[in-house]
Ligand binder design. Structure first.
Ligand code: NAD
Length: 496
């Protein structure tokens, strides 16, 4: 059995003082172990990043971008191996892992544009003979801390752009499925990153706290659950670091009475149950406006869900795989129990689902719960499993109020045929990413990704234009040359 270590200064370093099991959620078996880096190991990674910084900062942006071009090619070349690692440790179905990787590669493509994106601004003659310009300089050593649910993609939201901007990086992936992030970082190195520019430390709270407290780390990008995001943001900010911390979600879809219900059902099925609902953009609440729409939605959804196939990640016939751990399986089922106890109607029950041959896998079947009310635990908290709640609202205003009152504001969507209703919704709703008849409004790589309210702590979103701002600091230079200097009166030959 392999023990996964760290990548520091271009070499694999093991720190096997403490280790943790990595599971294959499809079978429930232990797939390997990860060593959990202690303070000294993390400090060695920071030191490597700091040592690599001066030369990397001075490397022309076009040369940094050329590494990204090669990196993209290597990611495409090794896609099957990467998706295999993602599937084995995360449990997502192979086509879903491919989708994840391609979304990650798009961020590498965006980073290839660094020379264009870093051009800055220039003003001539801001005063007599005075010119001013603003340039975007890198920060130094930047850290990234990432969640389990997109083990290949979320690290690629961060370091390609950070590195293309001239920073050096220490990545701390999720300890639950760390192999793909380490493998991908080695590809980045093969693409031409000098040793120390990108380092990976595997670990838990001890590693994270070391990154948060070390003065050499200038900025922290975090993606994970809201309680940890809030902790990261508070501690990093208190230590004077720039921080962006993306948190959890409870994404609602409003289903208006005029919506095309077949379209709603087919797109909600993918958005609620794909990747076992373990997506921060998963649609976990459908708010039907009017009982007629709610009844139609529940009936059609129930019929559609009868065709859903849950099973191991390597069988492409399956619609979704297991959840990440046994503890998480129990937690998701606990939310279904609580919904039942609090008076909701369990229309389709995914508890106790059996996958023949994989009885020890961490499976939860697709679950549909109707007549959920806003005071129920299943509504208030993020479940992060294949569970779709249906809330019944009397009007669009009431539906929008529910969304605005929820602590999370990551993504949302409206299903309607009415352009004016959709426009009003987009304008007023207190959520960062909004879809109109689009269930997962995940921005493409040249826009930025970020929620509102307690789904994001900090001022700048992830990737896209906001990443350029996050990973650089602006310097504005005002320049004046009072005399003509060498142009007039200068001696170009030895005086005779
Ligand atoms: P998590 O918060 O448990 O872990 C995220 C990272 O934080 C991991 O690297 C982990 O090692 C570290 N961590 C965990 N506990 C810590 C502690 N006490 N101190 C310091 N570091 C700690 O999240 P997860 O379960 O891996 O991921 C799922 C969560 O991430 C969900 O809430 C999901 O909504 C969210 N998420 C959000 C986005 C987004 O863009 N908003 C994207 C993906 C996932």
């Amino acid at each position: 059995m392999t023990t996964l270590g760290n990548l520091i200064n271009g070499t694999r370093v093991d720190d096997a003082v403490r280790t943790q099991d990595i599971f294959n959620p499809s079978t429930g078996e232990v797939a390997g172990q990860v060593s959990l880096a202690g303070k000294a190991t993390v400090e060695a990674a920071i030191a490597a990043a700091e040592a690599a910084y001066p030369a990397w900062r001075d490397t022309p942006p076009a040369k940094r971008a050329r590494v990204m071009y090669r990196f993209k090619a290597l990611l495409e070349q090794h896609a099957d191996e990467i998706c295999g690692l993602v599937g084995q440790e995360h449990g997502k179905i192979v086509h879903d892992a491919k989708g994840e990787l391609s979304r990650g590669i798009e961020n590498v493509e965006y980073a290839c544009g660094a020379p264009e994106l870093l051009k800055g601004e220039h003003s001539k003659n801001t005063g007599p003979g005075i010119d001013s310009w603003s340039e975007l300089q890198p920060l130094g050593v930047v850290a990234g801390i990432t969640p389990f649910n997109f083990p290949a993609m979320v690290p690629l939201w961060m370091y390609p752009m950070a590195i293309a901007c001239g920073n050096t990086f220490v990545l701390k992936p999720s300890e639950r499925d760390p192999s793909s992030a380490l493998f991908i970082a080695e590809l980045a190195q093969e693409a031409g990153l000098p040793a120390g520019v990108l380092n990976v430390v595997n670990g838990d709270k001890e590693a994270v706290d070391t990154l948060l407290d070390d003065d050499r780390v200038k900025a922290v990008s975090f993606v994970g659950s809201t309680p940890i995001a809030e902790y990261i943001y508070s501690r990093a900010s208190a230590n004077g670091k720039r921080c962006q911390a993306l948190g959890g979600a409870k994404n609602h879809a409003i289903v208006m009475p005029d919506a095309d219900m077949d379209n709603v059902v087919s797109s909600l099925t993918g958005a609620a149950f794909g990747s076992s609902g373990e997506r921060c953009m998963a649609l976990s609440v459908a708010v039907a406006v009017g009982d007629a729409a709610a009844d139609a939605l529940v009936d059609k959804m129930q019929a559609q869900m009868a065709t859903l196939k849950v099973g191991p990640h390597f069988d492409a016939e399956n619609d979704f795989g297991p959840v990440i751990t046994k503890a998480h399986q129990e937690k998701v089922c606990g939310y279904i129990d609580s919904a039942e106890a609090q008076g909701a109607e369990i229309v389709v029950d995914g508890r106790g689902v059996q996958v023949p041959g994989f009885e020890n896998g961490f499976y939860v079947g697709g679950t549909l719960i109707d007549r959920v009310t806003p005071d129920m635990t299943c509504y208030l908290e993020e479940i992060f499993g294949p569970v779709l709640l249906v809330v019944r609202a009397g009007s669009m205003e009431e539906a929008m109020r529910l969304i605005d009152d929820h602590e999370y504001g990551n993504g949302t969507c409206i299903y309607t045929r009415d352009g004016e209703a959709a426009r009003y919704f987009c304008d007023r709703i207190q959520v960062g990413m909004v879809g109109v008849n689009v269930p997962l409004p995940v921005p493409v790589s040249y826009h930025s990704f970020g929620g509102w309210k307690r789904s994001l702590f900090g001022d700048l979103s992830a990737y896209g234009p906001d990443a350029v701002r996050f990973y650089t600091k602006r310097k504005t230079v005002t320049q004046r040359w009072p005399s003509a200097g060498i142009r007039e009166g200068a001696q170009f030959s030895f005086p005779s």
